[in-house]
Design a protein around this ligand. Structure first.
Ligand code: 13P
Length: 251
């Protein structure tokens, strides 16, 4: 792995205070692998408590609003995330794009608002099964990147991209290692086209049914600098094995 590995758990709408024990155990596992950057994105309700409970892992949000404050019932701004102890946020997850109608322009606005507030950002992209079957996967992802990436000075410095094929999320199906490598090389090319040399330093995470058994080979694919993990990040047992797999490759 050319860049420092980054293993991020997206807890989605899972977790209550009782689950903080898992976060603590994940924190202890991360401390055993200092060559790997580890982070968790719990629901908003747990960010502050989790940030106070851990030492070696980052804590972040799963989404933020593009505006700093105002009449947006139920929304959370980037400054609020920062205030609660978050240091990064995911934006543009496919579940936000599909279930909340977020398009590329909205995702880009959120990414820029988050960076302006002092958070680093993970921008998610990925094709549907129909798009892959029709040979459009790389074109779709390139279009999402062009529309969703934050612009402006230093945007690349606090950015990661997560490639998450929609059909691989929560399904137990993963692309071949060759297909992951091909897509990640294409993402790298877009990043360099958008940011120049700084684009070479942006970490590209693979996400979609990553687990303890397949993490080693997925993380070894071309231009994969880490993983965005859903279900397998909910317990220390499975997530620690993924962190350990990344540490092996980083060694
Ligand atoms: P799963 O690992 O559960 O497939 O979820 C992936 C994901 O959407 C992470 O953001």
């Amino acid at each position: 792995m050319a860049l420092r590995p980054y293993i991020v758990g997206n807890w989605k709408m899972n977790g209550t205070r009782a689950t903080l024990a898992e976060a603590r155990a994940i924190d202890r596992a991360a401390a055993r692998h200092p060559a790997v950057d580890v982070a968790l994105a719990p629901p908003f309700t747990l960010i502050q408590a989790m940030a106070e409970a851990v030492q070696d892992i980052g804590v972040g949000g799963q989404d933020c609003h593009a505006r700093a404050n105002g009449a947006f019932t139920g929304d959370i701004s980037a400054a609020m995330l920062l205030d609660s102890g978050a240091r990064f946020t995911i934006v543009g997850h496919s579940e936000r794009r599909s279930l909340h109608g977020e398009d590329d322009a909205v995702v880009r606005a959120k990414a820029e608002a988050a960076q302006a507030a002092g958070l680093s950002v993970i921008v998610c992209v990925g094709e549907t099964e129909a798009e892959r079957d029709s040979g459009q996967a790389e074109a779709v992802v390139a279009g999402q990147l062009d529309g969703s990436l934050p612009r402006g000075d230093n945007a690349a410095a606090s950015l990661a991209v997560a490639y998450e094929p929609v059909w691989a999320i929560g399904t137990g199906r993963v692309p071949s290692v060759a297909d992951v490598g091909a897509m990640h090389r294409a993402v790298r090319a877009r990043l360099v086209a958008v940011y120049g040399e700084a684009g070479a330093g942006v970490r590209i995470l693979y996400g979609g049914s990553v687990n303890a058994a397949n993490a080693g080979e997925l993380l070894a694919a071309d231009e994969v600098s880490g993983a965005l993990v859903g279900g397998a990040s909910l317990t220390a047992e499975s997530f620690s094995a993924i962190i350990a797999a990344a540490a092996t490759l980083a060694a």
